[in-house]
Design a protein around this ligand. Structure first.
Ligand SMILES: Cc1ncc(COP(=O)(O)O)c(C=O)c1O
Length: 467
């Protein structure tokens, strides 16, 4: 399926080495013009020319298989031709409409609300803000504070919610926080259900969800030292943290605890949402329901900036204009988003993703079997994490190897990125419309990169480490 949505079935590296000369030129120019703040081209030094589906072309004509999809944005592929067609037909419409109603906006909202799971239908409204995931998180925090009159927020260790000051305040990465402190006060980080590295020190899978007990104590012990929170913000699957998928029942228990204690539940679905895990929201793999949902990334159809929150009707108490933003009416984003939602249904993406998930997990687990350094494979839908460790028993993180694997993949025509608590997880976020053939070819490149690196006594390993 989807064979004709990409440049080619396989990667094609036509330059002697990557980056090629033209990429190098643009990278050098970028270095002169753009702030040090840029990050991705440091790990993958490449200058893009064009892209199609699950493939991208660099300015030297090399074709790469893209297992990263703009960090989980291009769920329906680069320049998805069906969505592009609808965008091309739109130019006579209005492009920037602030928050005035337009036909496109109404159709977009109707489609999104009618796509909600049955038990949520009719119970939520939509609020638009600035066009980023961080902005949706800001809105969710504000709304929870306004509705409760409280300010404390519970978040989780290993979480990522964005880089604006409010969103960063609920993001756990010390690297990002330490130089810009103080952030917003009253945020406390709870242990996440990341069983491979259990924050409660329990053996993987052999526990009584002590991490939930910890949260119960924070919420219910009069001597917890934590003021009653306005909200708890949760990624139902941690993305940047390294694709951590909580144990069955964890999310339900945390949500029950929050409800019992009058705490608003925010699910951050910016990355795991919009069918990334096969369903509209990643929490649909559980029996839990949030009060506020953040969405961005995939909802812009082909990578157009769009973000929103869904809020329970009864939380819609804020004054008009409480959370505004000049670019909250991105019409083209809504055209693309609407078209994307229809595409998902027309093409039965949910089924396709569950087939692909099986293919990826089978291949990745067989790579893990042959590797001394892959501690764990985690995945749901098209969201995978491959965690590298120096020793499978001690689980000492191996970020250097994750980097080498990324480099080797890149040199052979596959784009992957790195995340995880210790930067030791290779993250795969392929497009949901990747063809089986491209998926297998990409996985083959990934397998070869691992094979070389997992032979510690062979020259290949030395070479991998020297360069
Ligand atoms: C779960 C989650 N929330 C929020 C954000 C922030 O989104 P943005 O980078 O668009 O501000 C991200 C970005 O990766 C994310 O993964």
């Amino acid at each position: 399926m989807f064979e004709d949505y990409h440049f080619s079935e396989n990667a094609k590296i036509i330059t002697n080495k990557v980056p090629g000369e033209k990429s190098l030129e643009l990278l050098a120019e970028q270095d002169q013009l753009e702030s040090k703040n840029r990050s991705y081209p440091r790990g993958i030094p490449i200058a893009f020319e064009s892209a199609k589906g699950a493939t991208v072309k660099d300015v030297d004509g090399n074709i790469f298989i893209d297992f990263f999809s703009g960090c989980g944005v291009l769920n329906l592929g680069h320049n998805n031709k069906d969505i592009i067609k609808e965008i091309r037909e739109f130019p006579d419409g209005i492009m920037h409409a602030l928050d005035f109603p337009t036909k496109v906006k109404i159709d977009f909202m109707k489609e999104l609300l009618s796509s909600l799971p049955k038990n949520l239908k009719g119970k939520y409204k939509i609020s638009f803000g600035g066009p980023t995931g961080s902005d949706a998180v800001e809105a969710a925090i504000k709304l929870a504070r306004i509705n409760t009159g409280r300010h404390t927020i519970l978040s989780f260790q290993g979480s990522y919610h964005g880089m604006t000051m409010g969103a960063l305040s609920v993001t756990s990465s010390l690297k990002h926080r330490e130089k810009v402190n103080p952030l917003i006060p009253g945020v406390h980080f709870m242990p996440y259900c990341s069983c491979y590295r259990c924050p409660m020190g329990m053996k993987n899978g052999k526990c009584n969800l002590e991490c939930v007990h910890f949260i119960k104590n924070v919420l219910e012990n009069p001597h917890s030292g934590v003021d009653k929170p306005a909200a708890i913000i949760i990624e139902p699957i941690q993305g940047e943290g390294g694709t951590y998928i909580p144990r069955d029942g964890w999310l339900e228990k945390v949500v029950d605890l929050a409800r019992k204690n009058g705490v608003i539940v925010i699910f951050d679905e910016v990355q795991a949402g919009f069918y990334r895990t096969g369903k509209l929201f990643s929490f649909q793999h559980t029996n839990s329901v949030p009060d506020i949902i953040t969405m961005s990334k995939g909802i812009g159809g082909i990578g157009l900036p769009l973000s929103l929150i869904l809020l329970r009707n009864e939380l819609d108490t804020w004054e008009p204009g409480t959370h505004i933003g000049t670019f909250r009416g991105n019409q083209l984003g809504m055209v693309a988003g609407l078209s994307a939602m229809k595409f998902v249904k027309r093409m039965n993406i949910e089924n396709y993703v569950s087939r692909l998930e099986k293919l990826f997990l089978k291949e990745l687990k067989s790579i893990q079997k042959k590797s001394k350094f892959i501690g764990e494979i985690r995945g749901r839908g098209m969201m995978f994490g491959v965690e590298y460790v120096k020793n499978k028993k001690t689980k000492e993180p191996f970020p250097e190897l994750a980097k080498k694997i990324r480099k080797r993949c890149y040199e052979n025509g596959l784009l992957v990125e790195i995340g995880g608590y210790y930067d030791n997880v290779v993250r795969l976020l392929p497009s949901l419309i990747i063809s089986e053939k491209i998926a297998r070819n990409g996985l083959n490149i990934f397998k070869n990169a691992n094979t070389i690196a997992s032979k510690p006594n062979k020259i290949g390993f030395l070479v991998a480490f020297l360069f």
